[in-house]
Design a protein around this ligand. Structure first.
Ligand SMILES: [Zn+2]
Length: 178
């Protein structure tokens, strides 16, 4: 039996258990040179859907980890809504994903690192607090945040170094040609 559904475990322990799974999916995104973000959807102590960020490979700007996980879960449970489900995502959701979370009627969102530029749960907005929304989503951030943000900053640092290397190589080639 997975330890996550041990009733003696606190919600914090359960949240960290599932977030660790979402972080594994973020690694899968990174392996494809996509920004490392992973998401899973849990219902009654079971994973019903999962996904990772893949807009470049799928040529689909909507292929964020949350959207991929929602599509997967809806297909698996054969329902266009996911009441009582919890979505775990390694990074604070953007406006598109926050909208999709409301449409899918997910009950609770747990995320890792904050996203100061485009996050709308606490950074740019408190989207889920909007009074016009017909569905209330509970949200909780900062779960395994350090691991998630280290993974992201390592990725961006690697990408910057890679760009620098390519630039230097191109320059060396140009010098050779002269
Ligand atoms: Zn998003």
């Amino acid at each position: 039996m997975p330890s996550a559904i041990d009733p003696s475990h606190s919600q914090q322990e359960n949240d960290e258990y599932w977030m660790a799974k979402a972080l594994e999916l973020a690694c899968a995104a990174e392996a494809e040179s996509e920004i490392p973000v992973g998401a899973i959807i849990v219902l009654d102590g079971e994973i019903i859907g999962q996904g990772f960020n893949s807009p470049i490979h799928t040529c689909d700007p909507t292929a964020h980890a949350e959207i991929q996980a929602i599509r997967d879960a809806c297909k698996n449970v054969n329902n266009y809504r996911l009441p009582d489900a919890t979505l775990y995502v390694t990074l604070e959701p953007c406006s598109m994903c926050a909208g999709a979370i409301v449409h899918s009627r997910i009950a609770r969102v747990v995320y890792g690192a904050t996203e100061p530029k485009s996050g709308v749960v606490e950074s740019q907005q408190q989207f889920f607090q909007n009074s016009f929304l017909n569905h209330h989503v509970e949200s909780h951030g900062g779960v395994l945040a350090e691991q998630a943000s280290t993974q992201l900053s390592n990725f961006f640092q690697y990408r910057r170094e890679q760009k620098k290397r390519l630039k230097q190589q191109a320059k060396a080639r140009n010098n050779d040609a002269e």
